[in-house]
Design a protein around this ligand. Structure first.
Ligand SMILES: O=C(O)CCC(=O)C(=O)O
Ligand SMILES: [Mn+2]
Length: 212
């Protein structure tokens, strides 16, 4: 097992997945996207995000005019497909916890896409780590603090890198400033995929209609 680099509590396993493992993940994600197509999310204020998104697992993370939340179905209505075993295997190997994640959010960064600094905080409990897997083009990952602002450190995440955000890094701000479009040949159309696995119990989930 690769020894992680620790930056501000973010544990970065560089080169965790070799090419065949990356290819296997992409094949699994193709099946996820076939069942739950990538869509263009908008923030609660109505601003389009530059990434395209889908999810796998019991719950998916979504954003629209109704807010940031987890819900059991894709915006087009279908249930989310299961998280591929190849993806769960990585969680089981690096998360250090004995339960599986509820959600695997899949972000696709085409040329020019980015993600602003934010915290992952819709999950309700923060004792579980978040595990992120990068595939395809390199992305400049910025790591900050639990409080907004202050000093940050950046690192280029490459295809096959895995990041564990736990402990002090669990609620730290982070984002992706830019990608180096065309830096990897893994994805036929280029771009970057990031998978983010999270445990969601009692998180900010869609209100179920109360029974009459
Ligand atoms: O793309 C990345 O590396 C990070 C994605 C992320 O932070 C998120 O989806 O919450
Ligand atoms: Mn995040």
């Amino acid at each position: 097992m690769v020894m992680p680099l620790t930056i501000r509590g973010f544990r970065v396993f560089q080169g965790y997945l070799d090419s065949p493992a990356q290819e296997a993940l992409v094949a699994g994600l193709r099946e996820v996207a076939r069942q739950a197509p990538f869509y263009a999310p908008v923030t609660p204020s109505g601003k389009p995000m530059s990434v395209r998104m889908t999810s796998a697992g019991r719950l998916g993370w979504v954003t629209d005019r109704g807010g940031y939340r987890y819900q059991a179905h894709h915006p087009e209505g279908m249930a989310w497909p299961p998280i591929p075993e190849t993806v769960l295997d990585i969680w089981r190997a690096v998360s250090g916890v004995s339960r599986d994640p509820d959600c695997c959010l899949v972000n696709y960064y085409a040329e020019g896409a980015r993600m602003g600094m934010h915290q992952d905080k819709d999950e309700g409990q923060f004792e579980w780590p978040v595990v992120s897997i990068s595939l395809g083009d390199e992305g400049l990952f910025r790591m900050g603090n639990v409080a907004r602002g202050g000093k940050t450190e950046s690192l280029w995440l490459r295809s096959g890198d895995v990041v564990v955000m736990g402990g002090e890094a669990r609620l730290a701000h982070h984002g992706v400033d830019r990608i180096r479009f065309g830096s990897s040949r893994l994805l036929p159309k280029g771009g970057r995929i990031n998978l983010t696995m999270r445990v969601v119990d009692q998180g900010k989930t869609e209100q179920q209609p109360s029974s009459p």
